[in-house]
Design a protein around this ligand. Structure first.
Ligand code: FAD
Ligand code: SF4
Length: 522
């Protein structure tokens, strides 16, 4: 370690998913008295068996941020993974740093994960050092605002929270000019309560499949050629985490994620200019061998805070006003960020730590081995899992209605499902992954998030993709040699949970179909 300044006032803790130069932890930073601390620790890659793509994206982004801070001449203590004195845990490294710097206080932006916050709190209290946790300005809302909104509600639906945030921020809202007779100026403008276009969401327009002709030409997304820093990280990952899932190599096809703000801004611009136009329309569509489609691929840059959610939403809104993309696409995209992202963060922080243990449907089967290899005859699962292990990416409907749907129907233990999702995606951080997996996809929270389980037969996948054309199973069959596993498991799922699901008004049609089917067979 370098020699510490004569007296360290604040030790500023910057975590791997807090790579934002404008973050609140830097407010009032005094280079003469304060020191930034960052640490690469093996525990963050092993507490779940993280994929090589995910580890590489985090480590490379951290090292690029480190470089940027050094260029800004910010006093920084950075612990590398292969430092021989590295204890391998966040708590261990923080303890070492406290002993060395003897700071009067620890300062940080609110961390994303409950586990990390608890571990830092414990170290601070053991050493009797004050811990100043500051608001994360990356988000549009504070967790306490969500808690206020959720108070007294049995179910907390996205739609109402999203509307509240649209009204609060004025995003995609009609603007009224000032009351007649007063001087007119920009500052006179006040927000009305009306959404632009007269409706809050355009879901109905955003569910198209590609049809039998397949997708229109898909613009090739930029993949960034690994630079020297990234190459070093990839070598490290391949030697230290050789037995972890997936692959990573120092080629454009082997690793192409943005690892600094400059690259993240390229991805944002490219999405707005080339893919936003079709984002809404084909949001739910899938196509074999086409992982990227018209999605933004921005989750990793957002979750590591290389981009602010405010600038991403502003860029999409501006594209609408400039006529570059239709309202249905722009609203559909903004709803994911201003709506879903803020909503799942609120659910996570108001429900943890108990949320992790929920298992409403008592699902206890182990995760099948093919989730780690892609070695299965089911074409949709094979394509989604193989792509995931090679790139660290799958889009929302692949996550929800292929891998997630399979786990729901096959009654896989939701904790194992959660650990898989947290391991394999480059954008996986617990505050956003856990509610999506446990709540939305597995219904393990008993309907806190989803108004009904996302249960469907293989016919849904057939409608939204071309997977079934290249599969040895038939989505219409539920028995026999060529029965689709989804269709077979679907009827079993309904039968097993009939009593519970029959109470849900949104399941009426599905239960009626089940009963009709049972009547025919008896
Ligand atoms: P796009 O389709 O282009 O969407 C735009 C942006 O909206 C995303 O970048 C993301 O920031 C946000 N977004 C979209 N859907 C959601 C959502 N449901 N919740 C929160 N934000 C959303 N997202 C993660 O960021 N990290 C995860 O670990 C994660 N795990 C998931 C697990 C399951 C089981 C499911 C069903 C969804 C999960 N999601 C997760 C949400 C979503 O699937 C991903 O954000 C999205 O696929 C990332 O690809 P993209 O950037 O191209 O997104
Ligand atoms: Fe998937 Fe069933 Fe279609 Fe095969 S037939 S691709 S298993 S949905």
């Amino acid at each position: 370690m370098p020699s510490p300044p004569s007296r360290t006032r604040h030790l500023i803790l910057v975590l791997g998913d807090q790579l934002d130069h404008q973050a609140s932890c830097f407010d009032g930073f005094d280079p003469g008295r304060d020191h930034v601390w960052m640490a690469e620790v093996a525990q963050e890659s092993t507490h779940v068996w993280s994929s090589k793509q995910r580890i590489a994206v985090f480590l490379s982004s951290m090292r690029h941020f480190w470089d940027e801070l050094l260029n800004k001449k910010i006093p920084l203590h950075y612990v590398q993974l292969d430092d021989p004195d590295n204890t391998g845990s966040l708590a261990g490294e923080l303890t070492r740093a406290i002993a060395f710097f003897k700071p009067t206080a620890l300062v940080m932006t609110a961390p994303g994960d409950w586990r990390v916050l608890e571990s830092i709190r414990l170290v601070a209290s053991k050493h009797g050092i004050p811990l100043d946790i500051r608001e994360d300005r990356h988000f549009f809302s504070a967790v306490r605002e969500f808690a206020e909104h959720a108070k007294g509600r049995k179910q907390v639906r996205l739609e109402y929270w999203y509307r509240e945030l649209r009204q609060k921020t004025g995003v995609l809202m009609e603007k009224d000019t000032a009351v007649k007779g007063t001087k007119s100026s920009a500052s006179d403008a006040k927000l009305s309560k009306q959404p632009i276009g007269g409706q809050w969401n355009f879901d109905e327009d955003n569910r198209e499949s590609f049809g039998k002709d397949g997708p229109p030409p898909i613009p090739k997304p930029t993949r960034f050629k690994p630079d020297a820093l990234t190459k070093e990280v990839i070598d490290l990952v391949n030697s230290k985490f050789a037995d972890h899932p997936g692959t990573v190599s120092a080629t454009e096809s082997g690793f192409g994620w943005p690892v600094n703000r400059e690259q993240a801004l390229v991805v944002l611009k490219e999405f707005i200019d080339e893919r936003l136009l079709y984002f809404g329309k084909y949001q739910d569509a899938m196509w074999a061998g086409e992982p990227w489609l018209f999605h933004s691929h921005l989750a990793v840059a957002l979750n590591l805070k290389l981009l602010s959610s405010h600038e991403v939403v502003a860029a999409a809104e501006e594209a609408f006003h400039q006529g570059k993309a239709p309202l249905s696409s722009v609203e559909g995209f903004i709803r994911q960020i201003l709506g879903w992202r803020e909503y799942v963060r609120g659910v996570y922080w108001t429900q943890m730590p108990g949320y992790l243990e929920r298992n409403h449907l008592n699902a206890t089967n182990p995760l099948p081995d093919f989730f780690w290899t892609g070695d299965t005859d089911a074409a949709c699962l094979r394509d989604t899992i193989t792509q995931t292990l090679e790139t660290g990416y799958a889009h929302h409907i692949q996550r929800l209605m292929v891998t997630g749907l399979y786990c729901l129907l096959a009654r896989i233990d939701p904790k194992q499902v959660h650990e898989w999702y947290l391991s394999v995606y480059v954008d996986a951080v617990e505050w956003v992954e856990l509610p999506n997996t446990l709540g939305m996809s597995q219904y393990a929270d008993g309907g806190l998030m989803a108004s009904k389980p996302y249960a469907a037969t293989g016919k849904y996948i057939d409608r939204m993709s071309n997977y079934c054309k290249g599969c040895r199973y038939n989505p219409a069959e539920s028995t026999g040699e060529s029965a689709c596993p989804f269709t077979r498991l679907y009827w079993d799922f309904l039968l097993r949970h009939r009593a519970l699901l029959a109470k849900n008004p949104r399941m009426v049609m599905q239960i009626k179909n089940l009963d009709r089917r049972l009547a025919k067979t008896t």
